[in-house]
Design a protein around this ligand. Structure first.
Ligand code: 3PG
Length: 211
C-alpha cells in the first residue's frame, strides 16, 4: 500500500476535501466535481453522513474516480472507511497505531505531518507520501521547499488554508504531487445545491493550476 498512494495522488492534482451534511448531497456534489474534471475525492469522517456517503459514491461513480476517507484518526475509523469501500485514507496527523495499521491496510494511507520529526516517524516505516497539514500555518511553500533538501524522495499533498489562487504555487514545487482543500466545495453553493457552480469552480481551478 505504501506505493499505491502515489498512484492516487497522481490522479489529482486537485483533491476536494468534502464534508457531507445531507446524505442526498453526496452523489450530485461528487458528480459535479467529476464533471469539472476532478478524479480524486476525499470525504471527511466529520459527520455521521460520511460513511454512508462514501458507500454511495463508491457504488455509483465511474470506476476511474477514486473515493477516499479523510479525517481518519484511529484504526477503528480506518477499518470502517475500508469496509464501506474507501480506496485510500487520509489522516490529519499521525499516531504510532495509525502508521502501523496503514502498513497492513488494503486502502493506502496518506499520513498527515506538520513537522520534520513527524515526517521522520513515517519515513522510517517506509512512508514516502504525506499530507502536509495545516499547510499554510505550518510553513507553507517555504517549509515544503526546505523539506526537499533532507528528504528528496518524499512527496506531499498540502492542505489547510490553500485556495484557488495559491494551489498553483504549491503545485509548482517539485515535491508537491497534489493539493487539497475545501475551497472546491463552498458551503453556500452546496446548501443551495448549486451543482453547475461547483462543476465550474472545479473546472476553473484545474485550468488555473494546469496552465
Ligand atoms: C483538511 O482536512 O485538509 C482541511 O480541513 C482543509 O481545510 P481548508 O481547505 O478549508 O483549509
Amino acid at each position: 500500500p505504501l506505493q499505491r498512494i502515489h498512484a492516487v495522488l497522481a490522479m489529482g492534482p486537485l483533491v476536494p476535501v468534502i464534508t457531507i451534511h445531507r446524505k442526498e448531497d453526496a452523489l450530485p456534489l461528487a458528480e459535479a466535481l467529476v464533471e469539472g474534471g476532478i478524479r480524486v475525492l476525499e470525504v471527511t469522517l466529520r459527520t455521521p453522513e460520511a460513511l454512508p456517503a462514501i458507500e454511495i459514491l463508491c457504488k455509483h461513480l465511474p470506476a476511474e474516480v477514486v473515493v477516499g476517507a479523510g479525517t481518519v484518526t484511529d484504526p477503528d475509523s480506518y477499518r470502517q472507511a475500508e469496509s464501506v469501500g474507501a480506496r485510500f485514507v487520509v489522516s490529519p496527523g499521525i499516531t504510532p497505531r495509525l502508521l502501523d495499521y496503514g502498513l497492513r491496510a488494503n486502502a493506502p494511507l496518506l499520513p498527515g505531518i506538520a513537522t520534520v520529526s513527524e515526517l521522520m516517524l513515517g519515513y522510517e516505516l517506509g512512508y514516502r507520501a504525506f499530507k502536509f497539514f495545516p499547510a499554510a500555518v505550518a510553513g507553507g511553500l517555504e517549509a515544503l521547499k526546505a523539506m526537499a533538501g533532507p528528504f528528496p524522495d518524499a512527496v506531499f499533498c498540502p492542505t489547510g488554508g490553500i485556495r484557488r489562487d495559491t494551489a498553483r504555487e504549491y503545485l509548482a514545487l517539485s515535491n508537491v504531487m497534489a493539493v487539497g482543500g475545501t475551497w472546491l466545495t463552498p458551503e453556500n453553493r452546496v446548501s443551495e445545491s448549486d451543482w453547475p457552480g461547483i462543476a465550474r469552480l472545479a473546472r476553473e481551478s484545474l485550468a488555473s493550476c494546469l496552465s
